[in-house]
Design a protein around this ligand. Sequence first.
Ligand code: G
Ligand code: G
Ligand code: MN
Ligand code: NA
Length: 254
Amino acid sequence: LQLEQTLYKALEKREFVLHYQPQVNINTGKITSMEALIRWNHPEQGLLYPNKFIPLAEETGLIIPIGGWVIDEACRQYKLWQQKGYSDIKISVNLSPNQFRNQDIVTVVKQALDRHNLNGHWLELEITESIIMQNVDNIISILHELKRNGIKVSIDDFGAGYSSLSYLKRLPVDRLKIDQSFVVDIPVDPNAEVITTAIISLAHNLGIGLVAEGVETDAQASFLKNRGCEIMQGYLFSRPLPVSGCDKLFNGGK
Ligand code: G
Ligand code: G
Ligand code: MN
Ligand code: NA
């Protein structure tokens, strides 16, 4: 209960911050995108990770204003990076199912883009399989509307959910993010390798892009690279960083 009360106030007290984790093209070594990941600077408990408060935010409906803040803040920060000349990088933002259900998400996103004078093609929204299974027809029309605005959509934690593969050919999604639960077991678990390989060939054959998540070792990176998955995210490249760390990263670690 206490956390709920302080969560309610946290937005107006400006206690949320975004950290960012790069996605890297293994063949060029270049950063292709930065994923925004929310943290809560709790006055007593210190830096809290999303697993501590996002479920509560979803239960209480606070995810709507918090999620709106995330979209706006990510766009604001991204604009600053663009102005500093860090070009050809995209920004990725995670969305909760409730944001699709209870909010005119297209309007919220378009207003944030307009406010910061950004073209939609710099923005990627990460949705989960659970969003898709709720109301497929409605989701399809929202995704088409996002696409008309140039906005990219990826399916986060792909393979970890319980949705049918048949939706993939109906949905205008740009990328699958291979769930880190598979990547983490490469090369120890042959099943993880088989599943990862299958997801890669599924994406290739459907003409959908790919990102592998949770890449921690060179062995994992070369396994993925050899199978044609060239965009990767994980501790091997960088942990999620506060803005100050991102600036260092863009400037080559100095
Ligand atoms: O670093 P990490 O602990 O940030 O993220 C844990 C989980 O929290 C991930 O599943 C991620 O998708 C989710 N998450 C991180 N930031 C956000 C956010 O801004 N909104 C939502 N809905 N989920 C987020
Ligand atoms: O949005 P998503 O569910 O993809 O959230 C990514 C989560 O994975 C965040 O909690 C992030 O901190 C975490 N993460 C990112 N890279 C790695 C990694 O290489 N290893 C592990 N264990 N976690 C990672
Ligand atoms: Mn994500
Ligand atoms: Na994920």
